[in-house]
Ligand binder design. Structure first.
Ligand SMILES: NC(=O)NC(NC(N)=O)C(=O)[O-]
Ligand SMILES: [Zn+2]
Ligand SMILES: [Zn+2]
Length: 409
């Protein structure tokens, strides 16, 4: 039997477009990087929205924003939301949808049923993508104790601005210095799939059983600058030539391992001049698989090769790992309840693994966690072309409302 919940499709779309105006890029995407101006404006505007729907809103010391609807019974809070930051020129749904959906869901429940038994908190997590500083999941990582604030504040972005300076430049008032939350019952994240599986299989909802593990590295190859015309090929220590060989090896090797993916997404050469042999190349490597052992073997293998090539060519190869998130299984019981809701609403669904990283992965090792997907048109994400049909957004919000209703009322 279908339930009587009526969600207005247009309202979801309006709210998403409203949020995406903070950081709108020329290409029609969104760039909201941790602690930049658009980020600060978006969080402040979200705080106002929270207050408008009757939540008591507050920031913690790293800029996570919580909107709390106090329950009538004492006990730990149900947390629902996603991340407010984006990649550079990303889409409007990644992260934003989970926050907007949670606000709409909690607003709807409060209006229709009044106070819940269990406290519900909507969270707009400050950072997940790793787009500005060499760390990711800063929001969920701070709440769950994965990160120590003092150490992370010493990190620098590509413009050489420290995280501590970036944080000081924006004006939000944290309500306490305490980041770690010990009063969370469970975390619910609704997110776009960012892949094409649901669309291809014509399913409305994805129930995530596992999230892949992920490691990220920055690799620096130091060779020697010299004249591009007078230095014969055998005499060179060309850092870009060496880095290319390393990248090709890493990616070719990845292609031979089932389900493993590796990406060299960022590269800079110095001095980056046409007629100078580059003395230094810095590139990143992002490695993912659902089996930690396979990630481990792959990394050992390629980094041995990196060292060998470096030694052979007389160049230094430094490998700095700055992200390590393990593959995580979502909570079976919560996922079963979500499945029940999906079935009650006569929605088609698929149980699946997530190849993208999510805050749910960090919460997943800390408290009961469920991750739900709605389809992405053409599977496109991290792009201004990211899109989800309005009726799919609506299905997601409906499921979230009912799940929260079952858990909190
Ligand atoms: N859902 C995401 O887009 N997550 C991304 N960001 C992190 N931190 O994993 C990613 O790269 O998969
Ligand atoms: Zn993303
Ligand atoms: Zn995301």
């Amino acid at each position: 039997m279908k339930t009587s919940i009526q969600v207005n499709e247009q309202e979801i779309d309006n709210w998403l477009r409203w949020l995406s105006d903070y950081g709108r890029s020329e290409e029609g995407g969104v760039t909201r990087l941790l602690y930049d101006e658009s980020w600060a404006e978006a969080q402040t505007a979200l705080k106002d929205r929270m207050e408008q729907i009757g939540l008591s809103a507050r920031f913690d010391g790293v800029g996570n924003l919580f909107g709390r609807l106090e329950g009538t019974e004492s006990g730990n809070a149900i947390l629902t939301g996603s991340h407010v930051d984006t990649v550079v020129n990303g889409g409007i749904y990644d992260g934003g949808f989970g926050i907007i959906a949670s606000l709409l869901a909690v607003g709807y429940l409060f209006e229709k049923y009044g106070k819940p038994k269990k406290t519900i908190e909507v969270v707009s997590l400050c950072e997940e993508e790793g787009s500005r500083f060499p760390l990711a999941f800063w929001g969920s990582g701070s709440i769950t104790g994965k990160y120590q604030k003092d150490e992370s504040l010493l990190l620098f972005d590509s413009a050489n601005i420290s995280m501590s300076k970036a944080l000081n430049n924006i004006s939000f008032i944290p309500d306490s210095d305490n980041l770690l939350r010990k009063d969370i019952d469970c975390f619910i994240e609704l997110h776009i799939e960012q892949g094409a599986v649901l669309e291809k299989e014509q399913k409305s909802i994805g129930l995530v059983s596992h999230i892949v593990g992920q490691r990220r590295f920055t690799i620096k190859v130091t060779g020697e600058s010299n004249h591009a015309g007078t230095t014969p090929m055998p005499y060179r220590k060309d850092s870009l030539h060496i880095a290319s060989q390393l990248i090709v090896h890493a990616l070719d090797k990845a292609s031979t391992i089932n389900s493993l993916v590796a990406t060299a997404g960022s590269i800079t050469a110095s001095p980056n001049v046409p007629n100078v042999i580059p003395n230094e190349v810095v590139f990143t490597l992002d490695v993912r698989h659902h089996d930690e052992e396979i990630i481990q073997q792959y990394c050992e293998n390629i980094f041995n090769y990196f060292k060998e090539i470096g030694a052979q060519k007389g160049a230094a190869v430094e490998i700095d790992q700055w992200l390590d998130v393990k593959p995580v299984e979502m909570n079976k019981e919560l996922t079963r309840i979500a499945e029940e809701v999906v079935k009650e609403n006569e929605l088609s669904y698929k149980t699946m693994t997530s190849g993208a990283g999510h805050d749910a992965q960090v919460f997943g090792t800390y408290c009961k966690t469920v991750l739900l997907f709605v389809p992405s048109v053409n599977g496109i994400s991290h792009s201004p072309l990211e899109y989800t049909n309005k009726h799919d957004l609506k299905n997601g919000v409906t499921v979230l409302i009912e799940l929260l209703h079952k858990l909190a009322y």
